[in-house]
Design a protein around this ligand. Structure first.
Ligand SMILES: O=P(O)(O)OC[C@H]1O[C@@H](O)[C@H](O)[C@@H](O)[C@@H]1O
Length: 288
């Protein structure tokens, strides 16, 4: 079916649906996927119902795009500016659509470089494919970090497990501690007290990450996440109860219903020479 332009939660958005009922919706503000409903199973993405609205506000939930900076690792706004910018619908692709953000006077006021950023959103039954491509149409080389900052919806995050990270290098941002993850399944039962903020190094060029599986304790429903080998990190984040209470755009119990498992490129920024393009992806498969 064709993509159609709609208003979703007050935001200008693009929707694509399959005959099977699988549906994805993305907002032009932020170029941000807000909703993914596989044909079997309900909404898979967390989207806060307590948004802080405004022309340059970030949307809490869905799949924000971090570009050209991750978190506060640089002088730009936290997670860069792409998630606060107005994107356009560039093209429909048959299985989805492509959203586009180009440099403009607004982005030049924050970052001087010329760039084109594209998010390709594609659906197959029970599968969502997100592909981020960065192009340098300008006269000089620059570097960037990026992330698909996906917020997965959970019935109760204290009851879910995340598998696939055993043996990977981890930096725990809260404790500022580095170690090798030894848990085959990470449990999130302690989140209410502590919150969780870790960067795992899961891949390197030519060496793809193992699939990550996010599941309820009994194994279903299950989400399998894969990412391209040029996205070296997986970031796992939940603010926990105390930090969530300080976030103006998070409902009181919102932390319980989300877990970010982000596909990211952080520690080794990508360098793009004039005319070069870089493409990375995160794919999600849902099993009810
Ligand atoms: O509140 P923001 O700006 O959307 O950031 C949310 C979180 O994003 C995660 O990616 C980071 O690891 C966390 O440190 C950060 O707090």
């Amino acid at each position: 079916m064709a993509a159609d332009t709609i208003t979703h939660q007050g935001l200008a958005a693009v929707r694509h649906r399959l005959e099977t009922g699988d549906t994805v919706i993305a907002s032009l503000h932020g170029g941000q996927v807000l909703s993914w409903v596989p044909g079997e199973g309900g909404e898979r993405l967390f989207l806060s119902d307590k948004q802080v609205f405004g022309a340059d506000a970030a949307i809490r939930g869905g799949v924000p795009i971090c570009f050209p900076q991750f978190n506060e690792r640089g002088n730009l706004p936290k997670h860069g500016f792409a998630r606060r910018a107005n994107w356009t619908l560039e093209q429909e692709t048959g299985d989805g659509f492509v959203l586009l953000l180009r440099d403009s006077a607004a982005t030049h006021s924050i970052w001087p470089e010329r760039f084109e950023l594209r998010l390709q959103v594609a659906l197959a039954p029970q599968v969502l494919k997100l592909s981020l491509s960065v192009h340098n149409p300008g006269p000089r080389e620059w570097s960037f970090a990026a992330a698909l900052h996906s917020y997965w919806r959970t019935r109760d995050v204290t009851q879910v497990t995340l598998g696939g990270l055993a043996g990977t290098r981890c930096w725990d941002a809260r404790a500022d501690r580095r170690f090798i993850e030894d848990s085959a399944q990470i449990h999130f039962g302690q989140l209410a007290q502590q919150g969780f903020d870790r960067v795992y190094t899961v891949a390197s060029e030519g060496c793809e990450a193992k699939p990550l599986t996010l599941a309820h304790e009994h194994g279903r429903p299950r989400l399998t996440l894969t990412q391209s080998d040029n996205l070296h990190e997986a970031v796992v984040w939940n603010p926990g109860q105390a930090e969530a209470a300080r976030l103006a755009d998070m409902p009181a119990e919102g932390w319980r219903h989300m877990l970010c498992v982000e596909a990211a490129r952080i520690d080794e920024p990508v360098r793009l020479a004039p005319g070069q393009r870089w493409t990375a992806w995160q794919h999600l498969r849902f099993e009810a």
